[in-house]
Each structure stands twice: as C-alpha cells, then as structure tokens.
Design a protein around this ligand. Structure first.
Ligand code: B12
Ligand code: SF4
Length: 400
C-alpha cells in the first residue's frame, strides 16, 4: 500500500493482488512482487510466470537480502534492493535502468547493480494507500468474528537479536506523527467499524516521548490495542508510562521471551535475562495487562538442558491468568542474520537458489534435535487440549 501510494501520486494506476484473498492476474505494464524468505517466494514465482511478456520486478525482504540470487531467476527481470517507493516510481516512469538507485537488472552482458538508494526513515515514507484494499475482506478471514486492524505507526529496532532480520535493513527506529496516526485510524474506523488495533511495530516503548504521544492520540479514537515490546524495556519503564498506555486502550503486550536459559539468551544476543523476563511478565500482569509470549527452540548451540529450561519457564507461567498467548517456534535460519552464519559454521546447508529458498518453511524442524521437537510437540498438544485459548501456533501468520 505504501508503494501503491507512491505510484498513484505519480499518476499510475495500481492494483494489489494479495494471495491470501485469492489470486488474479490483471493486465499490467509493470508487475511487482513482494516476498519474505520462505513460501511467499513460491507464490511469487508462480505469479511471475503468468507475465512472460511484462517486466517483472521483485522487492521486499528476501530480494533485498539476496538480490543477486533473486535477479538470476529466469522469471525475475529486476530486483529493487532496499526500499521500493522511489525506484518503482522511476521504473513506472520508464527512466533509464542504469539510473535507478537500488536497481539490479540484467541484459545480454549479465547482471548489473546500481548504487543503493539512500534510506528513507518510516516517518517520511508515503503513507499506505488504504483505498487500494477492502479491509472487510481481511476482517472476514479473522477467527471468531474479530475485527482487528493490523497497523504500523513506527518501524525499525536498535537491538540486534541474532535470529532477527531487522538489523540488516532497519537498524534505526522511526515513528509517524501520532496526529497522522489518529487521523488515519479515525477515518478507517469510520469506514470499517473495527474495535481493535494490532500495532505491528517492531518495538513499542522504545522511544518514550513518542510512545506517550501515541497513547494520547490513540486514546481519542476509542480503540483498544495491543503491541510488542521487550522485557528489559518493560522492567525499566516508569510506572506512569504504563498507566498512560493502559488508559489509552492498551490491553495486551507481547514479549519475545525466546528462552528460559541465560546461556541461550546470551548466545542469541537477546540482551535480556531470565529474571528480567519473569519480572516483566509479573509487572504487566500485576498492572492488569494481558501478556503474550514468544519462545524459540533450536537456535544454533542450544543444548537439551537449555531447551528443558525453556519448557520449565513455560510451565511456570502457564497458569498465570494474564498469559493469553504462548507461541512456540522452531528456529529458522534467515540470511543476513548473525545466527545464520553460526548455523552455516555448524554444518547448516543454505539453499542456493531463489526457488530453493521458497521451500524453506518458517516452522521447520529439519535441523532441530528430535528430543527437543518431541518435548515441544508434547507441550503444544497439552496446551491445545487443556488450555486451547492460550496456544498460538503462529497461525495468525497465515491470515495477515
Ligand atoms: C507487520 C509484519 C508482519 C505481520 C504482517 C501483517 C500484515 N497485514 O501485513 C505478521 C505478524 C502477520 C507477520 C508475519 C510474519 N512475519 Co513479519 N513482519 C512484519 C513487519 C514488522 C513489518 C512489515 C511491513 O509492513 N513494513 C512496512 C513496509 C513499508 O516496509 P517493507 O515491508 O520493508 O517494504 C519496503 C521495502 O521492503 C520495499 N518493498 C517491499 N515489497 C516490495 C515489492 C517491490 C516490487 C519493490 C520494488 C519493493 C518492495 O519497499 C517498501 C517501502 O519502500 C516486518 C519487520 C519490518 N519492520 O519491516 C516483519 C518481517 C517482515 N516479518 C518476518 C517474518 C519472519 C515473519 C513470519 C515468517 C514470522 C513467523 N515465524 O510466523 C510471518 C510470515 C507471514 C506469512 N504468512 O508469510 C521477518 C522477515 C524476514 C525475512 N528474511 O523475510 C521480518 C523482517 C521481521 C524480522 N524481525 O525479522 N509479519
Ligand atoms: S527480535 Fe525484536 S528486539 Fe530483537 S532485534 Fe528483532 S525487532 Fe528488535
């Protein structure tokens, strides 16, 4: 939608095709494909194959991480490395390929790479063109009639967790003016009548003054909302900020706990401790917030004892009534991350082509110790049977 806004401001028509809603193949002069690492690539290749005579440009996280391998694919003509709002507009305006910053392209001489484009902080990016999608169709996909709008008001993160891609492209945080957020949410609420915002920002509460202004702005919309943050931030933040946030409609905070072992937390460069993680959960729950927790099993170097500590951590918090979501993930080696290199050093064999990357599942167990998989799956089925409301098997990834 950000790219659509940039193109439409340049007087181009745009149609968004979202595979989650069904695939169509509209006529086009230029086709763009956005892909994360993993199965979106397969869908993107299938889609690109329907446009043999139209220029096809790929962008987004995976093409940015591995631009050369991506543009080498026969179904891909161009790759934009990094942000696409300017490059795509220049392409639509039929500017010379060699003059478009960030563009990878190919001709009879081989693959060419232009200099990268300067990075535009999120607050200066075009705002999403919400008119290009019918949000009702997304609400229809949500379980139990929920009407929750996924929305981003800030982007980026200054931390460097070893499994996370964010540091590669967005190591700086940037937030949109809270007044813009307020106006957008009011308008969207008027149009679609939803009651909740799922704030998808990488890390809320990082910039305290902005967070406070954001809370003031969202409070006036009357929407309730939930966000993600870190245990170390939550344990240090002065109480009055959390009170302001609660009064603004924040009812749930999701924490990336990842492990119950200090050795693992250190190895994956999480920057938190087990005590901090317990402390943050306790603090949030004592203040009346719901809490969601992500856990990650099978990171390179994790021992069985480490995994056992994580399982023990989960069992300890399980019956806390504030815990409303537990998601248990297995480690996926994403290119461009620090742990990826360690995974390769440890014998991991990365895919070598775009199509192979498309077969990397984000719930992979191939390289995980079978002992760990067995114990995690036992816990998962226990949660599903006994506490079905609490377990999230990363299912929302399929919806939004
Ligand atoms: C919101 C979000 C989600 C939401 C999506 C909600 C929604 N309705 O869209 C949810 C929670 C569902 C989600 C799920 C997942 N996510 Co996610 N998500 C994000 C997040 C926080 C923001 C994405 C976003 O919209 N950014 C705003 C836009 C403007 O930025 P952008 O996408 O980078 O786009 C710019 C450029 O990349 C480029 N560009 C993008 N597309 C294209 C296309 C073309 C043609 C061109 C030219 C350019 C271009 O131009 C844009 C603007 O200039 C990112 C982290 C981040 N901050 O980017 C992670 C992120 C993209 N997610 C990630 C992952 C791993 C996942 C999951 C696999 C997690 C999991 N295990 O379940 C799932 C996969 C879901 C699926 N079905 O495939 C990783 C991807 C890593 C990788 N190598 O691909 C990221 C980077 C998070 C991270 N910390 O590592 N995610
Ligand atoms: S996992 Fe969260 S805190 Fe860590 S680098 Fe990624 S976005 Fe930042």
């Amino acid at each position: 939608m950000v790219l659509a806004r940039a193109l439409r401001e340049g007087d181009h028509d745009v149609e968004i095709v979202d595979g989650r809603l069904g695939v169509s193949y509209p006529d086009a002069d230029l086709v763009g494909v956005s892909a994360l690492t993993g199965n979106q690539i397969m869908d993107g290749l299938e889609f690109s194959g329907h446009y043999p005579d139209t220029p096809v440009v790929w962008g987004g996280w995976h093409p940015t991480l591995l631009p050369e391998e991506t543009v080498a694919n026969d179904l891909v003509d161009y790759v934009v490395e990094g942000q696409g709002h300017e490059a795509l507009l220049k392409m639509a305006n039929e500017e010379d390929d060699a003059e478009i910053p960030g563009l990878w392209w190919k001709d009879y001489q081989g693959i060419h790479r232009n200099d990268p484009a300067p990075y535009t902080p999120f607050e200066y990016l075009p705002r999403p063109d919400w008119n290009r999608v019918n949000l009702q169709r997304y609400f229809d996909l949500m379980p139990m009639g929920r009407r929750e709008l996924p929305y981003m008001a800030s982007d980026g993160c200054v931390y460097r967790c070893g499994y996370c891609s964010i540091g590669y492209l967005k190591h700086k945080w940037s937030g949109v003016s809270p007044l813009v957020v307020q106006e957008e949410l009011r308008k969207l609420k008027w149009d679609y009548d939803f009651d909740e915002v799922w704030l998808c920002d990488d890390l809320f509460f990082l910039n305290r003054p902005w967070s406070e202004d954001f809370c003031g702005a969202i409070r006036d919309t009357g929407l309730r909302w939930h966000c993600s943050s870190r245990a170390d931030i939550i344990s240090k933040i002065p109480e009055e900020y959390l009170v302001v946030a609660r009064e603004s409609g924040l009812y749930k905070v999701i924490l990336g706990i990842e492990s119950g072992s200090n050795a693992t937390l250190k190895r994956i460069n999480k920057g938190t401790t087990v005590a901090q993680n317990f402390g943050a959960i306790k603090r949030l729950s004592s203040m009346g917030f719901d809490v969601g927790c992500h856990f990650l099993f099978g990171t390179p170097g994790e021992t069985r004892a480490d995994a056992d500590l994580t399982l023990r951590f989960i069992r300890k918090i399980l019956l806390n009534r504030s815990i409303k979501m537990l998601s248990l993930y297995y480690y996926t080696p994403y290119p461009g991350t620090d742990l990826f290199d360690r995974w390769v050093e440890g014998g991991g064999r990365p895919p070598v082509s775009l199509a192979e990357w498309g077969r990397v599942g984000w719930h992979r167990v191939e390289d995980i110790d079978p002992y760990v998989v067995k114990r995690v799956e036992r816990l998962r089925s226990f949660l599903k049977r006994r506490l079905p409301g609490k377990v999230a098997y990363a299912i929302f990834g399929n919806l939004f």
